[in-house]
Write a protein of this length. Structure first.
Length: 151
Protein backbone atom coordinates (compact mmCIF):
# COMPACT_ATOMS: atom_id res chain seq x y z
CA UNK A 1 0.00 0.00 0.00
CA UNK A 2 1.26 3.50 -0.83
CA UNK A 3 1.78 6.61 1.20
CA UNK A 4 -1.32 7.78 3.12
CA UNK A 5 -3.18 10.73 1.61
CA UNK A 6 -2.37 14.06 3.32
CA UNK A 7 -5.37 15.97 4.70
CA UNK A 8 -4.73 19.39 6.28
CA UNK A 9 -7.48 21.20 8.18
CA UNK A 10 -6.87 24.86 9.06
CA UNK A 11 -9.03 26.13 11.93
CA UNK A 12 -9.15 28.78 14.65
CA UNK A 13 -10.03 28.66 18.36
CA UNK A 14 -13.80 28.24 18.33
CA UNK A 15 -16.37 25.62 19.33
CA UNK A 16 -17.57 25.29 15.73
CA UNK A 17 -14.02 24.59 14.59
CA UNK A 18 -13.66 22.00 17.35
CA UNK A 19 -16.78 20.25 16.07
CA UNK A 20 -15.48 20.49 12.49
CA UNK A 21 -12.24 18.76 13.50
CA UNK A 22 -14.26 15.93 15.09
CA UNK A 23 -16.52 15.63 12.05
CA UNK A 24 -13.61 15.54 9.57
CA UNK A 25 -11.83 12.91 11.68
CA UNK A 26 -14.94 10.72 11.95
CA UNK A 27 -15.77 11.00 8.24
CA UNK A 28 -12.20 10.12 7.28
CA UNK A 29 -12.21 7.17 9.67
CA UNK A 30 -15.51 5.92 8.20
CA UNK A 31 -14.07 5.95 4.67
CA UNK A 32 -11.47 3.34 5.56
CA UNK A 33 -8.77 5.00 3.43
CA UNK A 34 -5.28 5.53 4.80
CA UNK A 35 -5.01 9.26 5.48
CA UNK A 36 -2.84 11.54 7.59
CA UNK A 37 -4.90 14.30 9.17
CA UNK A 38 -2.99 17.38 10.21
CA UNK A 39 -4.88 20.08 12.09
CA UNK A 40 -3.33 23.58 11.98
CA UNK A 41 -4.88 25.88 14.57
CA UNK A 42 -4.36 29.63 14.24
CA UNK A 43 -4.12 31.36 17.60
CA UNK A 44 -7.11 33.60 16.84
CA UNK A 45 -10.78 33.54 17.85
CA UNK A 46 -12.12 35.23 14.71
CA UNK A 47 -11.16 34.28 11.13
CA UNK A 48 -10.87 37.99 10.24
CA UNK A 49 -7.79 38.10 12.49
CA UNK A 50 -5.87 35.64 10.25
CA UNK A 51 -3.92 38.26 8.21
CA UNK A 52 -2.70 39.99 11.40
CA UNK A 53 -1.83 36.62 12.95
CA UNK A 54 0.22 35.58 9.89
CA UNK A 55 1.97 38.96 9.85
CA UNK A 56 2.80 38.54 13.54
CA UNK A 57 4.19 35.04 12.90
CA UNK A 58 6.44 36.35 10.13
CA UNK A 59 7.65 39.33 12.18
CA UNK A 60 8.45 37.36 15.32
CA UNK A 61 9.47 33.92 14.07
CA UNK A 62 10.21 34.29 10.34
CA UNK A 63 8.52 33.28 7.09
CA UNK A 64 8.86 29.53 7.67
CA UNK A 65 6.19 29.62 10.40
CA UNK A 66 3.59 31.05 8.02
CA UNK A 67 4.76 28.93 5.08
CA UNK A 68 2.08 26.23 5.42
CA UNK A 69 -0.66 28.87 5.06
CA UNK A 70 1.06 30.34 1.99
CA UNK A 71 1.74 26.94 0.40
CA UNK A 72 -1.95 26.00 0.58
CA UNK A 73 -3.15 29.54 -0.29
CA UNK A 74 -5.23 29.81 2.90
CA UNK A 75 -6.99 33.18 2.88
CA UNK A 76 -9.63 32.56 5.53
CA UNK A 77 -10.61 29.91 8.04
CA UNK A 78 -11.67 27.16 8.21
CA UNK A 79 -9.99 25.59 5.17
CA UNK A 80 -9.61 21.94 4.19
CA UNK A 81 -6.87 20.74 1.83
CA UNK A 82 -6.91 17.14 0.59
CA UNK A 83 -3.94 15.81 -1.34
CA UNK A 84 -2.76 19.36 -2.06
CA UNK A 85 -6.17 20.46 -3.39
CA UNK A 86 -8.20 23.05 -1.47
CA UNK A 87 -11.63 21.47 -0.96
CA UNK A 88 -13.38 24.29 0.91
CA UNK A 89 -12.53 27.59 2.57
CA UNK A 90 -14.33 30.03 4.87
CA UNK A 91 -17.38 27.95 5.72
CA UNK A 92 -18.59 25.09 7.89
CA UNK A 93 -19.89 22.23 5.74
CA UNK A 94 -22.39 19.80 7.18
CA UNK A 95 -21.31 16.27 8.00
CA UNK A 96 -23.08 15.04 4.85
CA UNK A 97 -21.20 17.60 2.74
CA UNK A 98 -17.93 16.48 4.33
CA UNK A 99 -18.71 12.87 3.47
CA UNK A 100 -19.39 13.91 -0.12
CA UNK A 101 -16.28 16.11 -0.36
CA UNK A 102 -14.01 13.51 1.19
CA UNK A 103 -15.64 10.45 -0.37
CA UNK A 104 -13.52 10.36 -3.50
CA UNK A 105 -9.74 10.59 -3.48
CA UNK A 106 -8.47 14.04 -4.38
CA UNK A 107 -6.49 14.31 -7.58
CA UNK A 108 -3.37 16.38 -7.83
CA UNK A 109 -3.48 19.06 -10.56
CA UNK A 110 -0.84 17.33 -12.71
CA UNK A 111 -2.91 14.12 -12.81
CA UNK A 112 -6.16 15.91 -13.62
CA UNK A 113 -4.71 17.77 -16.64
CA UNK A 114 -4.35 14.55 -18.68
CA UNK A 115 -7.99 14.46 -19.81
CA UNK A 116 -9.61 16.84 -22.31
CA UNK A 117 -12.52 19.28 -21.80
CA UNK A 118 -13.17 22.04 -19.26
CA UNK A 119 -14.45 19.85 -16.40
CA UNK A 120 -12.17 16.95 -17.17
CA UNK A 121 -9.09 19.15 -16.68
CA UNK A 122 -10.36 20.71 -13.44
CA UNK A 123 -9.00 19.47 -10.11
CA UNK A 124 -12.46 19.87 -8.56
CA UNK A 125 -14.20 17.50 -10.99
CA UNK A 126 -14.70 13.96 -9.70
CA UNK A 127 -15.13 11.64 -12.67
CA UNK A 128 -16.38 8.73 -10.56
CA UNK A 129 -19.40 10.64 -9.27
CA UNK A 130 -19.66 13.21 -12.12
CA UNK A 131 -19.73 16.00 -9.51
CA UNK A 132 -18.00 19.32 -9.00
CA UNK A 133 -16.39 19.13 -5.55
CA UNK A 134 -16.02 22.91 -5.37
CA UNK A 135 -19.65 23.75 -6.14
CA UNK A 136 -20.94 20.48 -4.62
CA UNK A 137 -23.28 19.77 -7.50
CA UNK A 138 -23.66 17.20 -10.28
CA UNK A 139 -22.07 17.89 -13.65
CA UNK A 140 -24.44 16.76 -16.38
CA UNK A 141 -22.12 17.64 -19.27
CA UNK A 142 -18.34 17.95 -18.58
CA UNK A 143 -18.00 20.01 -21.78
CA UNK A 144 -20.36 22.62 -20.28
CA UNK A 145 -19.26 23.12 -16.64
CA UNK A 146 -21.64 24.60 -14.06
CA UNK A 147 -18.99 27.18 -13.11
CA UNK A 148 -18.95 28.54 -16.66
CA UNK A 149 -15.25 27.76 -17.15
CA UNK A 150 -14.13 27.43 -20.72
CA UNK A 151 -10.89 26.04 -22.01
Amino acid sequence: MGEPEQVVLFVYKDDRCGQLVKDVYEVLRSLGRPVRLKVVTAKVTDPRELPAFLSHLRDIYGDEYAEIYVRHQVRTLPTLVVGGVKVFEGRFPTRDELAELLGAPARAPAQAKRAAGPCLTCVFYDEQSSRCLLLREPVRDPASPPCGRRR
